[in-house]
Design a binder for this molecule. Structure first.
Ligand code: AMP
Ligand code: MN
Ligand code: MN
Ligand code: MN
Length: 280
């Protein structure tokens, strides 16, 4: 296996810009042969992606990235190998999407007060009639000429302490891991270096995650530095977590990292795919 599995990416089913089938074709063209679609809080893109991945002869893993509130902050838990149609997971995700609707209206109201009229409608239009997230607001503000880039919008409007910020009220860690496990999946802490946790707090997150049945840590991530990768590899090893790897790809124009360009997992960790029946 020359090119690392890419087990974290987004399509138009959440806040990615490529349709699920297009995303599969782009990954294939970049040499990826094992991959997971992990849209935020929905499995809506999985069937289309699975069909296209099968046509291309890739090993496809149905996945999801669940929004969690833990210790007053938002943490993302990826579920890999989840069965669609599992009631606990499907109903849980539907609840998160319902929160996204009320949050979006509130973000819209707050941005209107900042003198950005009609921004909810613009963000809604960019969400393709599917799940709505902060990225859609960010793209809408860029299109309206109110900011230079998506990351500029996050910095100025959407993060904590900024006028368009609405605190997340997501699901508890234990519940998210429970849904994923109930659907036959493996739960993985996404991009662990992104949360700004001290070592002690990260170890507490890992302990609670493992107590709930979580098994993996994203060691390689498009949003990790090289140092982050080695730090997280050490945590995975010390805590007995399986190591995952994913780009968190959203947009060909501004990839954290391009599909098919992930570094290999560092030595000494066990890949989460070690016992998967891979064909490609
Ligand atoms: P949401 O789940 O709707 O709150 O949005 C979270 C998503 O926003 C993440 O998955 C990223 O795609 C995006 N995001 C968060 N922070 C930033 C940032 N600083 N720059 C660009 N995109 C970001
Ligand atoms: Mn996203
Ligand atoms: Mn995430
Ligand atoms: Mn993601």
């Amino acid at each position: 296996m020359d090119i690392s599995p890419d087990l974290h990416m987004h399509s138009t089913a959440s806040d990615g810009v490529l349709a699920p089938a297009e995303l599969m074709r782009r990954a294939h063209a970049h040499g990826v042969r094992t991959l997971a679609l992990t849209d935020h809080d929905t499995l809506e893109g999985v069937a289309e992606a699975a069909a296209e991945a099968a046509r291309l002869g890739m090993d496809f893993v149905p996945g999801v990235e669940v929004s969690v509130t833990w210790g007053g902050r938002t943490v993302h838990i990826v579920g890999l190998g989840v069965r669609a149609g599992t009631p606990a997971l499907e109903e849980g995700l539907a609840g998160l999407r319902a929160f996204r609707e009320t949050r979006a209206l509130e973000i819209g109201r707050r941005l209107e007060k900042q003198g950005v009229p009609g921004i909810y409608e613009r963000a809604r239009a960019l969400s393709n009639g599917r799940l709505i997230g902060r990225t859609h607001f960010a793209r809408a503000l860029v299109e309206a000429g109110r900011a230079e880039s998506v990351s500029d919008v996050f910095r100025r409007f959407l993060v904590k302490g900024r006028p368009g910020h609405v605190p997340g009220q997501w699901v508890a860690l234990e519940a998210a891991v429970g849904w994923i496990t109930a659907a036959g999946g493996q739960a993985v802490i996404a991009h662990p270096a992104r949360y700004g946790l001290t070592r002690t707090r990260l170890r507490r997150l890992i302990a609670e995650f493992q107590a709930a049945g979580g098994v993996g840590l994203e060691v390689v991530s498009g949003s990790h530095s090289r140092d982050d990768m080695f730090t997280m590899a050490a945590h995975a090893r010390d805590c007995g977590l399986l190591a995952s790897s994913g780009s968190d790809f959203h947009d060909p124009a501004t990839p954290w990292i391009e599909l098919g360009r992930l570094p290999p997992l560092p030595d000494g960790v066990r890949p989460i795919w070690h016992d998967w029946p891979l064909a490609a």
